[in-house]
Design a protein around this ligand. Structure first.
Ligand SMILES: [Zn+2]
Length: 129
């Protein structure tokens, strides 16, 4: 369930923890999920909360799995001024783990591009939200 207390320890890899806790970014093109076209549900690797449906995924060409619409209330955002840029950081609303960034250059109907680290998404083929 999305509202249980969450531990980020356990089965996560050091790279996953680096992204979730330290706002790390995986290498572009490194995620198997870039080519994932099946129907299913993308959950937070940190806590299991449902974040995105495959129906909201699209090919952005950025090298990271990209979505135009999260599940309602599934993610939170805040301004990120690191690396000399002003960006909007995206995190899991349930465990606060860092997921990626959102940019205003996505497709309709939202016009948003949720640029996610595939390592912190847990894809469940065939699962419906
Ligand atoms: Zn989470």
């Amino acid at each position: 369930m999305a509202d249980k207390p969450v531990s980020l320890c356990g089965t996560l890899t050091p790279e996953q923890l680096r992204i979730l806790r330290e706002r790390g970014t995986e290498r572009p093109g490194s995620s198997d999920l870039n080519d994932e076209k099946r129907d299913g549900l993308y959950r937070c690797a940190g806590c299991g909360a449902p974040l995105f449906s495959s129906s909201a995924k699209y090919e952005s060409g950025s090298g990271w799995p990209s979505f135009f619409d999260p599940h309602p209330g599934a993610v939170g955002t805040q301004t990120d001024q690191s690396h000399g840029m002003v960006r909007t950081e995206v995190h899991c609303a349930s465990c606060q783990g860092h997921l990626g960034h959102v940019f205003p250059d996505g497709p309709e109907p939202t016009g948003l591009r949720y640029c996610m680290n595939g390592l912190v998404l847990d894809f469940h083929p065939g699962e419906k939200s």
